[in-house]
Design a protein around this ligand. Structure first.
Ligand code: ZN
Length: 150
C-alpha cells in the first residue's frame, strides 16, 4: 500500500467518505462532514448501508461483530470485543451490526449464526469466524487478517 496516498475511510457515524491524512495520527482524525472521530477506541454501531459502503470503499481495515440483543453468547462477547477495539485502536476499526435491527446487513453478508466476526480490507472480506471469542482471540484474528500494515 502506498503510504503517500491519503487513504479512503468511511465515517461510521454519517457514512460520508473521508480521506485520512498521512501527516497526522490516524487515530485523531475526524469526519469532515459530522465531526465524529473516524477511529474510536470502542466499537461503533452501524447499519446495513454504512457497512456495505465501508466494506467496499475503505482502505483501512475493518472488523465487524454481527450480534443480536437476544443472543447470550453475543452479549458475553461484547466486553471482549470492546477491549479488543481498544487494543486495535489506530490499526483496525471495529464496528458492530445488530442483526435484529439490521437484518439486511446479515443477509447481505450471508450470516448463518451469531456472533460472527468478519474482517474486511481492500474492498473485500478476508476472514470470518463464528462463535464467542475472548479478547485475545479477537485481537489475534484481526491481526492475522488485517493488521499487516503499520
Ligand atoms: Zn461523519
Amino acid at each position: 500500500m502506498e503510504s503517500a496516498m491519503p487513504r479512503k475511510i468511511t465515517c461510521l457515524s454519517c457514512a460520508r467518505t473521508n480521506r485520512l491524512p498521512d501527516d497526522r495520527p490516524a487515530a485523531a482524525a475526524r469526519c469532515g462532514a459530522c465531526g465524529a472521530a473516524l477511529w474510536q477506541a470502542s466499537p461503533v454501531d452501524i447499519d446495513a448501508e454504512t457497512l456495505a459502503k465501508a466494506a467496499r470503499v475503505d482502505e483501512v481495515p475493518l472488523l465487524v461483530d454481527f450480534w443480536a440483543p437476544w443472543c447470550g453468547p453475543c452479549r458475553m462477547m461484547a466486553p471482549a470485543f470492546a477491549n479488543a477495539a481498544t487494543d486495535l485502536h489506530g490499526r483496525v476499526r471495529c464496528a458492530k451490526v445488530d442483526t435484529q435491527a439490521h437484518p439486511a446487513a446479515a443477509t447481505a453478508q450471508g450470516i448463518r449464526g451469531i456472533p460472527t466476526l468478519i474482517a474486511f480490507a481492500g474492498g473485500r472480506e478476508c476472514g470470518r469466524q463464528s462463535g464467542a471469542l475472548p479478547k485475545e482471540a479477537i485481537t489475534a484474528f484481526a491481526t492475522r487478517h488485517l493488521a499487516s500494515t503499520g
